[in-house]
Design a protein around this ligand. Sequence first.
Ligand code: ATP
Length: 878
Amino acid sequence: MFYQKNYEEVLTDLESSENGLSQEKAKQLLEKHGYNELQEKDKVPVWKLFLESFKDPLVIILLIAAIVQIALGETMESLIIFAVIILNSILGVVQTKKAESSLDSLKALSAPNAKVIREGNKLTIPAKELVPGDVVILEAGDYVPADGRLIEAQTLKCVEGMLTGESEPVLKHTDVIEDESPLGDQKNMVFSGSMVVYGRGTFVTTGTGMNSEMGKIAGLLENADSKLTPLQQNIESFSKKLGVGITLLALLIFGIQVGKAFIMGTGNMGEVVLSSFMFAVAIAVAAIPEALSSIMTIVLAVGTNNMAKKQAIIRKLPAVETLGSAKVICTDKTGTLTQNKMTVVDLYMNGTEPEVMNSAESYESNAHSRLLTLCSVLCNDSAIGSEGQEIGDPTETALINFANKNGLNYEDIRNENPRVEELPFDSDRKLMTTVNKTRDGYFMFTKGAPDIIFSRSKYVLINGEKKELTEEIKQQFRAQNEGFSNRALRVLAFTYKEVEEGFSPSIEDEDDLTLIGLLAMIDPPRAEVIDAVAEAKEAGIKTVMITGDHKTTAAAIAREIGIMEDGDLALTGQELDALTEEELDEKLEKITVYARVSPENKIRIVRAWQKKDCVSAMTGDGVNDAPALKQADIGIGMGSGTDVAKDASDMVLVDDNFASIVNAVEVGRTVYSNIKKSITYLFAGNFGAIIAILFAVFANWTNPFTALQLLFINLVNDSLPAIALGFEPTERGTMKRAPRPANEGILADGTMQRVVFRGIVIGIVTIIAQYIGMQVSPEFGVAMAFTTLIFARTLQTIASRSNVDPAVKIGFFSNKYVIGAMVVCFLLYSIVLIPAVRPIFSIPLAFGMQELGICIGLALISTLVMEVGKIFIRKSVK
Ligand code: ATP
């Protein structure tokens, strides 16, 4: 067992070393062991999906009716009905598969990475490419990507609840464990799927994929349920009600037709019953929007792809919609609003002139200056790579860059003063400590947030001499810190403490420190953020800054970016803690900056906004941010953040950039409005057909369509144009409107009016067409009604493209999918005009260009009327 051996032996067993595997070896091993992932259960196969579409009771009824018709000799029409049903099912399968594959590709985008050492170099690779023997680096916030034996563990703590059921973090070590032990006691091992909540470490991979402990117990990974979005749920329940309504209507029409035939004693009663029944079922099949759900998934997937292009990866589909109704964005400062490119621009050492720092000589000649350099370079995990690339926390790279700029070499300094102990930085403590062996003995160096450091310091260096830190001197430091912060600078304070050999620090030892000085750095705002904040504001979205940084620094940057305006408040976490619920409720809208916050503060801020029914987005990157990310309506993880934070989020920002959130909101709003456009298009078309049918029933005309025609219209018009509308680009004014209320129904905001209006227009032109045709013969009436309905519905796509602008204004070619879908519709229709096919679709051979021209003319008029109607509907909605 690996835990019973020392790590050198494990490395040898796995033919690896502390420098990791070679790339070549890793490649061979990957071929041998396969990807480091749990196998997924198979997807529903295509044939099963296809068969499932025949589970719909209406389809079954239709099939039975068609079979009966065959028995009665109406072979051709029934065969075509079969063909249409099968085509519809195929289309359904294609749609489902397309929706599935787009979701899969999104999943791939958010797949985790692992930091490995190969051939002595630190690399980041996709976690699925890990192989046994790989040396992997772990830091707080990482998910452990595979099982492994620890080589190094610095206060490394892992939560392994999913394997052991134990929710407390386990402190890891690297010693050999002699006795046979259960997983929970194998403390020199780490296991795939657990997470690092503290410290850091390195391990050699011993088990990957299905050979990891997780793989053994989990067996096959269930395909994650594709959870329905609120709008999908809304539509699903609405469709059900609509289905019942339409079925009742179809029954009514059936009853009326049979009743009429009975009273009038016309024809063969059996035939009448059968054809009326077929017709009623066809109405139900055509009018019930069964494809709606998969059409919506596709439109949502189109949206998520667009977001991915704009650096926002959606992890949970509902977020696409929720984003569209976001009212407040609570965002981190560092890296999200600012560039996270820190540069030291000023310093303060009480009594010592700042200039002495700026040379290599002062490192040798001035003890005060040397200690500041030592603390800033040694109590620091960052590095400059061989190609000059900065590795590690930008706050820390700024410090080594500063030393290098002053003519020193940070690597030499680190080699001369090796680190023997450390307490890693964590954002709750806001401190970091190392113990180093220097030429003057052992020193503990602590750096961190100035206010924390001031409260932990007992002494201060003045002119290189250690003195008692009096209240007066502390005040000078505070004033200096405040001055830096007002210039929007981030300030760190540096301290030391002389210690004995063998001293091992704990958090309690970060006390009685000797204050050396302050370094102030600038972190300029990202250029695009100022516009993004303004755009969000115009879209009715409030931006709130939440940061671990000092209040004055935060407020200064918030003002520069446009987040904080006159009359707004900046609060520290402590001040927030002091507010009662009522006080917070009252002030909430005014508070635009929260500084020095704790993770609990973040949760409280989100809850306060949610209490006011405001859909809130919240960014986060650390382990501690996970609960707040989960609490927020839209948790946004940072691409550079920890796996734990990403896992808790609904969306991940690849570039950490605030502007990408605002872009994502725009896409979210577009997706929502496109879905509504598809829905309006579908419902209005179906409604138009029903109006024409009902009119004919009551006017005692022939049915305007045959059962087959209805099914054909369903095939032609019910999917492609609706999907194409999902590709509509963002409409003018999308980001100038207030966010949509979260619980708004699908028919709100003018959708109902549009469906009714367009449905009536389509219905009327179809009735007129039938009337004109009837002057020749009832068959002509049917042919003309059928043709007009197809054309009016197809052309409706043009009117559906925008709720704001007329079609001419948005440009006919700005959505090529709509053009494509319409061309397909026309081509499909042209099939029924082929002389040999005409009888099946009840189109008389005499139906010529003139009739076709009238139908197209009527359809064009309907589109024009819809365009004019836009103006009135828009006014009535606003
Ligand atoms: P954000 O704005 O994203 O919350 P932040 O960097 O201000 O970012 P934290 O990373 O939680 O927030 O840091 C909190 C405080 O801890 C900082 O303001 C700084 O004073 C101090 N600090 C940051 N990085 C280090 C570090 N590497 N070592 C010591 N102290 C640090």
